[in-house]
Design a protein around this ligand. Structure first.
Ligand code: NAD
Length: 373
């Protein structure tokens, strides 16, 4: 199997690192890497050559690869350069990009979207969402600490005592739990909130306080994802968040609903009541944000509160983000590629069935939207 890795100019990460390429080349695979693809993750062309990859230009990669792997979806016109039947792996987010699976099926590509890999034990080692969310949660706290005009830890000095920063984490999934752990390590006092009751134990095991609103809908059938709440619940929730937000120095929001806009948790009225200098980091910015005032990919100051709207903070740690992404891909390829270096298109396999969004001219994502996804 000829595997192609391209440089992604808007991202500091790279889809495969040399350590993983060495393991892949052990089988019947060759890897082509675009020159400079690893530069921003501090991986040189020479590192790739030493791993056994061929470093070349994008024309050769598009022209001869049987499988293209990227972190972000490439510009649509790039896929026109691929031969019919080429396989591509990326995070296409078909729930948020309603035309992507159709566009790629028209191009007769076999397309796997890593964000569609099911949340089952067997697929845990392929879970790029968790790998990246964990880094984003860690980074969110570091960003908040950098923008906060005060200390995070409690300090007793000759000039007086500084109280610890109060941190409120909204959404205690993968990113939220890492944010809690990081804020605790920095000495913050942390409260966290989630609609899934399962999060309570995890939050408490990290030494944070779990804040609860009674009456949440917690759908076990949603595959680990949260579900939309009733209007009554949303109002109670916003009132409680407002009460907590008034005292908080930092709010980290991570709440997501699969295939829907992020839930609104922090209203403008709540921001107005927050302490001057407080910081909100909104990791749900790309799907509309959990804060009413968030602007995607911007850091703004409103009502003396800094609001950082960035869902892609994993990019800020490109070395480890690339390493984890590569390892997730490697584990996925163990299912997708046979020992002979051929594509294993067993669409009865739960992992491949869920993640394959287009194949043989068919838009598989939209075809199965109303059945088993
Ligand atoms: P996510 O990114 O979809 O959402 C982030 C968090 O926001 C979730 O915890 C969600 O419950 C919460 N949320 C949604 N709406 C909310 C609201 N209105 N108010 C407050 N919180 C709200 O989820 P995630 O972080 O990727 O994962 C969620 C869960 O799935 C985690 O418990 C994780 O451990 C589990 N998971 C399991 C597997 C697996 O078994 N293979 C893999 C990944 C994640």
């Amino acid at each position: 199997m000829q595997i192609g890795i391209l440089s992604e100019p808007t991202d500091q990460r790279v889809a495969l690192v040399p350590e993983v390429i060495k393991q892949l080349i052990g089988g019947n695979n060759q890897v082509l890497v675009e020159s400079g693809a690893g530069d921003q993750s501090y991986i040189s062309d020479q590192d790739y050559i030493e791993s056994g990859a061929k470093v070349t230009n994008s024309t050769e990669i598009f022209g001869s690869s049987e499988l293209i792997i990227s972190i972000n979806k490439l510009p649509l016109e790039s896929y026109d350069q691929l031969q019919d039947g080429t396989a591509v792996i990326s995070s296409f987010q078909p729930f948020n990009d309603v035309i992507i699976s159709k566009e790629l099926s028209i191009r007769n590509l076999t397309v796997f979207s890593m964000d569609m890999v099911p949340r089952i034990t067997l697929a845990q080692a392929m879970d790029v969402l968790s790998s990246m969310a964990s880094i984003a949660g860690y980074q969110a706290v570091l960003q908040a600490a950098t923008h906060l005009p005060r200390y995070f830890p409690m300090l007793t000095t000759a000039a007086g005592t500084i109280p610890p920063a109060k941190v409120l984490v909204l959404g205690a999934g993968v990113a939220g739990l890492q944010a809690i752990a990081t804020a605790k390590r920095l000495g913050g006092v942390v409260e966290a909130f989630d609609t899934r009751l399962a999060a309570k134990e995890e939050v408490e095991s990290l030494g944070a306080k779990f804040v609860m609103v009674e009456g949440a809908t917690d759908d076990k059938a949603a595959g680990g994802y949260a579900v939309e709440q009733s209007e009554d619940y949303k109002q109670k929730q916003q009132a409680l968040i407002q009460e907590k937000a008034e005292k908080a120095d930092v709010i980290i929001t991570t709440a997501q609903l699969r295939g829907k806009p992020a839930p609104l948790l922090v209203t403008e009225a709540t921001v107005k009541l927050m302490k001057p200098g407080a910081v909100i980091v909104d990791l749900a910015a790309s799907t509309g944000g959990n804060c009413e005032l968030t602007r995607n990919n911007e850091t703004i100051q409103v009502h003396a509160v800094t609001i950082i709207g960035n869902s892609d903070l994993a990019q800020n740690v490109p070395m480890h983000a690339s390493q984890l992404y590569s390892k997730n891909i490697f584990n996925f390829l163990k299912v997708l590629i046979t020992d002979e270096g051929k594509l294993n298109l067993d669409l009865e396999n739960e992992i491949l069935k869920s993640s394959c969004i287009a194949h043989a001219g068919q838009d598989l994502f939209n075809r199965s939207m109303n059945s088993d996804r």
